[in-house]
Write a protein that binds this ligand. Structure first.
Ligand code: FEO
Length: 395
């Protein structure tokens, strides 16, 4: 692919992964990209690499801008192998003695991934590196997304190279936010909900520190998806909102169903919620990927979960979603549980216990109906939905 010029002497030389559809259980239905950046000054720096099997393409892209052997400095902002997989090829090509800048944790982690004797330069938070006329500043950003993660800031061009931060799993020849349109924010939200939500408090602290420092950021270059050159402020504001887990007046009713009884209940509960003026979305688990469900959970004020009872347990797909959800640590949610059963009916209690373990504020014991809901059962579901909606409105 032709490299993308970002500023004079600054290029994205990364690759597009058009066909990836699963990334550790995250449905990457729009593919992704692994971005890598060249900064050409008196010294030439390469920031990050790409997955191992795209190494040839990366080298081809770099070669369209500069002879790879002229790279003086390699910087690894994050050790995960979608960004370091090609590091062995790159170090071999540019020279194993060339300095490799990374965080202290990065130096340890890279050595645990690739046996090597590279010339590590572990950096402190705030440490700078002069490339000649331009200066790079390294910022420690632990847990965005690994303990080794850091950002690199190019002062003279006001460009932030943000590794996984502000990324999106989005493949496209549209390399900038203004070219991709609203899809960039849609995919950024999904990325945050599924990869970074649990680190929200830490991200919030970091962003507040960055905002307070007054550093000017004109362009954000993440390692996935489009580059934010038109709306860097909007994506930073979105990250502040998402990190705080600010909720909209919105509820999700997530359920699975066997003979459509739990589905009938879900629709009636959703109807009850809707009667209070709260936006609501019923989501059938086997019709939606867990990563799309989490995107809806991120800014929902209420999460209501329904399950039939199967062999004295909640339905397995419901357990899958709840396990995934628990790991991502959603906060400040109103919770509700409901379900249908044939003869034992443990699911509602089990689901409620999972929601309570996530510290959701539970709205009493939700409807638990045997076999097929009758009119009274449906009315009970509508009434339960109204209670949920009223709790959301009471905020
Ligand atoms: Fe895109 Fe955490 O790697």
């Amino acid at each position: 692919m032709k490299p993308t010029k970002i500023a004079d002497g600054v290029y994205d030389v990364g690759v597009i992964d058009w066909n990836i559809r699963d990334f550790h259980g995250y449905s990457t239905d729009r593919g992704t990209s692994y971005n890598a950046y060249l900064v050409i000054d008196e010294k030439v720096a390469l920031l990050d690499t790409v997955k191992a099997h795209f190494a040839d393409e990366l080298i081809g892209n770099i070669s369209q801008v500069i002879d790879p052997k002229k790279i003086d400095v390699v910087i690894s902002n994050h050790t995960e192998m979608d960004h370091t997989g090609s590091l062995p090829r790159i170090m071999n090509l540019v020279g194993e003695d060339k300095p490799l800048y990374c965080s202290k944790m990065g130096a340890k982690n890279i050595a645990s991934h690739f046996p090597n004797t590279w010339n590590y330069h572990p950096v402190r938070d705030g440490e700078t590196l002069s490339l000649g006329k331009r200066t790079l500043t390294f910022m420690e950003t632990r847990m965005i997304h690994w303990p080794d993660s850091m950002f690199t800031y190019l002062k003279e061009d006001h460009i932030l190279f943000s590794s996984d931060g502000f990324g999106q799993h989005y493949a496209g020849f549209e390399r900038f936010d203004d070219q991709a349109g609203s899809e960039a924010m849609v995919q950024a939200k999904k990325y945050f909900a599924n990869i970074l939500m649990l680190y929200g408090p830490r991200i919030l602290k970091l962003l507040e520190k960055v905002v307070a420092s007054g550093i000017r950021i004109d362009t954000i270059c993440p390692d996935h998806g489009v580059i934010w050159r038109e709306t860097p402020g909007e994506i930073i504001d979105a990250y502040l909102r998402w990190s705080r887990q600010e909720a909209e007046k919105k509820a999700v009713v997530i359920y699975d169903t066997m003979w459509k009884s739990t589905e009938t209940m879900a629709k009636a509960i959703a109807e009850g919620i809707s009667l209070t003026g709260v936006k609501v979305k019923p989501i059938h688990i086997r019709s939606s990927h867990r990563s799309d469900i989490m995107t809806d959970v991120l800014d929902a004020a209420a999460v209501v979960v329904g399950s039939p009872t199967l062999n004295n347990q909640m339905f397995p797909t419901v357990a899958d979603v709840l396990t995934y959800m628990k790991g991502l640590k959603p906060a400040n949610k109103i919770g509700g549980a409901f379900g249908s059963y044939g003869w034992s009916g443990e699911s509602v209690k089990l689901v409620a216990a999972e929601l309570a373990a996530m510290k959701f504020k539970l709205i009493e014991s939700g409807p638990r109906l045997q076999y097929v809901p009758d009119n009274a059962g449906i009315e009970a579901c509508i009434a339960y939905g109204k209670k949920i909606g009223e709790a959301v409105n009471a905020g």
